[in-house]
Design a protein around this ligand. Structure first.
Ligand SMILES: Cc1cc2nc3c(=O)[nH]c(=O)nc-3n(C[C@H](O)[C@H](O)[C@H](O)COP(=O)(O)OP(=O)(O)OC[C@H]3O[C@@H](n4cnc5c(N)ncnc54)[C@H](O)[C@@H]3O)c2cc1C
Ligand code: SF4
Ligand code: SF4
Length: 1022
């Protein structure tokens, strides 16, 4: 069955005004990137909200001058209709950075720390820097930038300023605006302003000037003086005081000072584009302790929170049972389950996380002692407090906060079509009222029969609530309207704020009612002073006084309206892409995190799980509109064109045709198939599986490169050649063959075959074969507990025979007999390239064989390479291979761990040689215990292991060998592996790809840990 796909011309082309504007900007000397491609615009069309809005283009300024240039050109009369939204990490929850105009994204280039002044306690940074990245720079100085968001590993300082972000610890550390000492920003006319607190006299002097800045000061002084009483009455005295625009703090009566920067904090990019900030920094507290207090009911946790705050806590965070339950089924639970143990016979249905900080251990210890005495006296039946656990070390504290920070994302993993969405998710009320408020809030949600999870900052009265809605159901729009209206009224009644933390965005329509006619008019006057032509993020917060344009509304433009157009069958097939909620966890900047290497190395959001999911959704929708439903019907993949038919297909490099199919393919091509997004992403978006289906359709219409056909056959070819390693190395490694590989197959290089080959080593070691095992079975001499089957994979057998030999030696040392099974292609290589028919054939054969072996012999099956072995339990089962559930292939460390005591007894070693163990990224992310387990095994045989987190090495199967990805592959190596190998320590690596990459990059051959264990057991030198 062949299934061709349609070529796709993108919808919503760039309008003529924008095209003229972009040409003018280039001419005016803008040197940053200008992206007008459909894919480039799409990735800026979403954030973490329910909205989707296609911008006209995305500008990535390289410098502050670029920002000025872009705005100056737009200020010309001919371009006054051009609109902008600044953007950082794009993690807003209410569509703040979405625009039908042009996105100004500062996160690509404006990322420098410009100055650190520890003596005076400040830092000067560019606005596009990520908050955690800034803190990494500050850590060696003993300082940190305190306001904390759950998105701290991906949100930018510019975004934090513009939303006046805060989070855990706000009770002590306040909000972002409390730490802004000065700003540099650009007005819509391209003029720069610098802000800092100035005396009233100085403000008056500035106000008298006929300049952009003069008009701003003039308006600020007028509003603050004339409306002082109204401002004091309207703005609630909450810890999360009202921002956007912060008329309370801009004019400080006590200090007799004016700070215009206070207006930009929380202005959501509607007044100016912030390019640089001078920020106050705090000393990292010397001592920190967490107490995780457990409750049998979430309401008990809420009621208890004020008492906990009184215990002198730095922060009190809460999590409800829904979020806890989802966390229990996520990889994150492995990290925290020991820190949040159940308390039988009670059920833990809520927790409060209490943080104590102090300069001395004594200070923290004293606070802790008082709290523990109080907690110990509580009756669980009356107070609901069923226990508590204390985290004293930095690693445990970090784990608990990582879980808390993942809470929003975790909610996305809720089963079913209705998913928790953000629209009333950050209300703030006085903390002492929180429990009563939540009772009424819950009553509203119950009336609408909505499910929800809750967590948040109880110390500040902020609760994050995300009701589950099916956003493809048109009726949900009415529910959003009704619930929003009711919650807004309820919050006002409790003296709180509808937007307690995340800003207004499409919820700006509640502004006029909240501020009242008088003050709202003042906000519009302020907007007029900054942005008279309504060019910056129009419709958000307010419009200039004379503008006829309206505010945005909570009803539109919804992503659900677009998703609804994706055919049902495509939605089921591409579940991951459909369920990506845009929370941006995959934009994590940490080089040692496993997700996502291609994004980290390129900085191009198209090349991230979120970017790829977004492009896939749009591709499915556009194909659907042309009558093409992309889905494997009954699991059947489309027929694979052979080499001859392939030669007659359309070129896939013809991007000039403006065919969106190619943009999607390009974004998918650079995925390393490391599979971190199949486990670390809260909704397990799993790009590689969807890419395989995409390729299988795409290459019905568009030609494949020749290298794909080579990869399809790679497994069997490699194993066959490995029997004649000298000949094979001569054949593949001679200069002519290498040139041919580069020219014809676009492969930079290939690994060398093992010498001596596995076949030779197998004979030397006299390893039992299947035939031998069958003979023993037939003679009734088979005792399953005495044997282990070795499942070969092409890579280890062909290129890393010593690993197989090492495993054989270890098995024998344990008193068991290894049996090597004949090689069967796993189909992994074919799957990666989307040859799904070939994959199914291989997988059917391999799984039938392995299932039969398992059934007949009842002995464990152990695979050598992690990435290949995981295919049996992942891709085989996902693609419903007939006998995929009838056998289990374990990884080496999974099987070995039950022999850990015996290993220890065998070596009896007291030596404590240090060894660094680098675990393959697929293994790390999919089997979260793997790092601990390898460490434990090496410790048992007398090593002192260090198993650090490490990102992708840049190889990932055959990816690193491909000519097109040489620089990306090298960059990844240099980012996370090269620094690890800089030390003199013995280093071992569990992944074949990683060892291969090490050889290419450093000429250094790393061993597999099993080789080290084998040598330790035989007392050989290592
Ligand atoms: C899972 C999740 C958890 C969250 N938790 C928290 C939390 O704990 N606390 C919290 O406060 N928020 C939280 N948020 C909201 C969001 O992360 C914050 O608002 C964050 O500060 C936004 O930063 P960003 O760089 O992603 O900004 P973006 O989303 O890119 O932009 C946000 C707003 O800032 C404007 N902006 C961006 N850069 C500039 C600039 N240089 N100049 C002028 N305007 C600019 C944009 O126009 C937009 O209006 C959460 C969001 C998610 C998805
Ligand atoms: S791919 Fe996953 S981690 Fe990334 S934004 Fe989507 S849901 Fe979040
Ligand atoms: S498989 Fe790896 S490289 Fe590909 S999208 Fe997922 S995390 Fe990124």
């Amino acid at each position: 069955m062949t299934k061709s796909i349609a070529s796709i011309s993108p919808e919503q082309p760039v309008v003529e005004l924008t095209q003229r504007y972009l040409a003018a900007v280039r001419k005016a000397g803008f040197i940053g990137d200008i992206d007008e491609t459909y894919s480039g615009r799409l990735i800026a069309a979403t954030d973490n909200s329910i909205y989707q809005q296609m911008p006209q283009a995305v500008l990535y300024p390289r410098s502050q001058r670029d920002v000025a240039c872009a705005l100056k050109v737009a200020h010309r009369a001919a371009f006054r209709a051009v609109r902008f939204a600044p953007r950082g990490g794009g993690t807003g929850t209410n569509g703040q950075s979405l625009t039908p105009g042009i996105v100004l994204d500062l996160s690509r280039y404006l990322t420098r720390v410009l100055e650190v002044n520890v003596k005076e306690g400040w830092v000067r940074v560019e606005a596009g820097i990520i908050k955690d990245q800034l803190n990494e720079t500050l850590r060696p100085h003993g300082y940190f930038f305190a306001p904390d968001t759950s998105t701290s590993n991906r949100c930018t300082i510019g975004g934090m300023i513009a939303t006046d972000a805060s989070g855990q610890g706000s009770l002590v550390y306040g909000k972002t605006s409390d730490h802004v000492l000065g700003l540099r920003a650009y007005l819509p006319n391209g003029d720069a302003i610098r802000t800092e607190p100035v005396s009233i006299e100085e403000a008056e002097r500035r106000a008298s000037e006929d300049s952009s800045e003069g008009r701003i000061y003039h308006q600020v002084l007028a509003t603050c003086r004339e409306q002082r009483e109204e401002i004091k009455t309207r703005f609630p005295p909450l810890n999360r005081f009202l921002t956007g625009y912060d008329l309370v703090h801009v004019y400080d009566e006590d200090q007799q000072a004016v700070d215009v920067g206070r207006l930009l904090c929380g202005a959501e990019g509607t007044l100016a584009v912030v390019t640089e900030a001078k920020l106050h920094i705090n000393r990292i507290p010397n001592h920190k302790i967490l107490v995780n207090v457990k409750y049998q009911d979430f309401q008990d946790a809420l009621r208890h929170a004020p008492a906990l705050v009184k215990a002198n806590a730095t922060s009190v965070e809460t999590i409800d049972s829904t979020v806890l339950d989802i966390a229990r089924n996520d990889v994150i639970w492995h990290e925290v389950h020991d820190l949040l143990r159940d308390v039988p016979p009670f059920r833990m249905d809520g927790i409060n996380i209490l943080e104590f900080t102090g300069e001395s251990a004594q200070e923290v210890g004293d606070k802790l002692k008082v709290l523990c005495t109080e907690l110990d006296q509580l009756d669980p039946h009356r107070s609901g407090v069923i226990g508590y656990q204390i985290c004293r070390d930095a690693a445990s504290i970090q784990k608990i906060y990582a879980m808390r920070k993942k809470a929003v994302g975790l909610l996305g993993a809720t089963k079913g079509r209705a998913k928790p969405v953000a629209f009333v998710e950050d209300t703030a009320v006085p903390p002492e009222q929180l429990a009563d408020y939540i009772m009424e809030f819950r009553a509203i949600l119950d009336r609408y029969e909505l499910r929800y999870g809750m967590f948040g900052h109880v110390d500040a009265g902020v609760l994050h609530v995300r009701p589950a809605l099916d956003m493809q159901d048109e009726a949900s729009v009415q529910t959003i309207r009704d619930v929003s209206d009711e919650v807004a009224a309820l919050t006002a009644r409790f003296g709180g704020l509808m937007w307690g933390e995340h800003g207004k965005g499409f919820r700006s329509e509640y502004g006029p009612e909240f501020f009242g006619d008088v003050l709202f008019k003042e906000l519009r006057r302020v907007k007029s002073a900054f942005d008279p032509h309504n060019q910056l993020n129009p419709g958000k917060i307010c419009t200039p006084l004379k503008s006829q344009e309206s505010l945005v509304s909570i009803e539109g433009p919804l992503r659900g309206s677009s998703d609804r157009q994706v055919p049902e069958a495509s939605q089921s097939q591409f579940k991951g892409a459909m369920e990506c909620n845009g929370n941006g966890l995959c934009f994590n900047f940490d080089v040692n995190a496993t997700m996502c290497p291609s994004f980290r190395a390129t900085g191009d959001r198209r090349q991230s799980p979120k970017g790829r999911a977004t492009l896939l959704r749009e591709w499915l929708r556009l194909q659907g509109l042309q009558g093409n439903t992309v889905a494997l019907i009954n699991g059947d993949a489309p027929k694979e064109p052979g080499l001859v038919r392939n030669a007659f297909l359309a070129s896939s490099t013809a991007t000039a045709t403006n065919d969106f199919n190619h943009e999607v393919r390009e974004a998918l091509d650079s995925c390393l198939a490391c599979k971190a997004c199949s486990s670390q992403c809260p909704v397990k978006v799993d790009i590689p599986s969807q890419r395989s289906v995409f390729y299988s359709y795409y290459h019905q219409t568009y030609r494949r490169p020749l290298k794909d056909f080579l990869v399809r056959k790679a497994e069997s070819v490699m194993v066959r050649w490995s029997r004649f390693p000298r000949l094979a190395n001569l054949f593949f490694q001679n200069p002519l063959a290498r040139s041919l590989q580069r020219l014809v197959f676009a492969y930079q290089d290939t690994p060398r075959f093992s010498l001596p080959s596995w076949r030779t080593q197998q004979q030397l070691l006299q390893v039992m074969t299947l035939k031998d095992a069958e003979a023993r079975l037939a003679q009734g001499e088979w005792q399953p507990e005495h044997y282990v089957f070795i499942v070969q994979d092409a890579f280890t057998t062909a290129f890393d025979a010593n690993v197989l030999a090492g495993f054989v030696k270890v098995v024998r040392a344990l008193g068991l007999e290894p049996v090597v099974l004949p090689f069967y292609e796993s189909g992994k290589a074919a799957h990666v390239k989307g040859f799904l028919q070939t994959f199914s054939q291989h997988a059917e054969r391999a799984s039938t064989f392995l299932a039969e072996i398992s059934e007949r012999f009842q002995a464990p099956l152990v695979g050598m390479d992690a990435a290949t072995t995981l295919v049996y339990r992942d891709e085989y089962r996902a693609l419903k291979i007939t006998r995929a559930h009838d056998f289990e292939v374990q990884l080496m460390h999974e099987w070995l761990k039950s022999y850990s005591d015996k290993l220890h007894a065998l070596t009896g070693s007291t030596a404590r040689d240090e060894v660094q163990v680098l675990v393959h990224c697929t293994e790390q992310s999919n089997l979260v215990a793997s790092r601990d387990e390898w460490g434990e095994l090496l410790a048992q045989v007398g090593f002192k292991p260090n198993v650090p987190a490490v990102g992708c090495c840049g190889m990932a199967g055959t990816f690193g060998h491909e000519k097109a990805y040489q620089s990306l592959s090298k960059k990844l190596w240099e980012m996370s592996w090269a620094p690890k190998l800089a030390s003199e320590k013995i280093t071992v690596a569990t992944g074949f790809s990683c060892r291969c990459q090490s050889k290419r990059m450093t000429k250094n051959t790393l061993q597999h840990p099993i080789e080290l264990i084998a040598k330790r057991l035989s007392r050989d030198a290592y």
